[in-house]
Write a protein that binds this ligand. Sequence first.
Ligand code: AMP
Length: 212
Amino acid sequence: MKNVIFISPPAAGKGTFSKYLEQKFGYNHLATGDVLRERVEAGDLVVKELIDSGKLVSDETIADIIKDKIKTLKGNPFIIDGCPRTLVQAKMLNDMFKEEMITDVAIIKLDIDLNVAIDRILGRVICSCGRSYNLNYEALKPKKEGVCDFCSSVLKKRTDDNKEKITKRFIDYEVNVKDIVQFYKRCGILYEVNANQEPSKIEEVIKGIING
Ligand code: AMP
């Protein structure tokens, strides 16, 4: 199975599909957003301010996170979710993969319309274990209201999940992603997936990509 990097605007489902690959096929999963939220929980006010205002953290911070974790990802196929968000990060990942002799990587770009993203964001609740649920979609609701199906922790709304912030993050993403797409098209490893569809259909497309 191929290693996977998800690039997508907010709420396209990269967290949900990462968890699906982790549970179904034993992927190792690194979500840069989860690592950053852990830092905020531990008291990092600089990162908190950036996340809360819908801005990106620095490329250097992301490079440190990936450098720290990349060796732990090897062994099983892995998913990196939430990175790259800039061309600098895409090039940095490529260099790290070369150094670590990691090949067979699929870049899966999840495409979603802004109105669908807003609808999903407004219903999203997350768990500290990294899982997310959606109260606006029957299939994505937790079994018991307000608690995680897997670890029973209390579900919370993300501080950056509101209409104004998502619109900013979405527009910033569209600007940055252009260069990233060109870069990966030249590498010949980019797969573009319509993420406005039902989750089960998207899972089928992703399965085809990782086994292709
Ligand atoms: P996510 O959980 O992927 O939606 O990320 C939440 C927030 O964390 C983003 O809005 C950014 O502020 C920050 N973040 C996560 N990953 C990155 C990254 N690769 N580069 C810069 N900022 C990031």
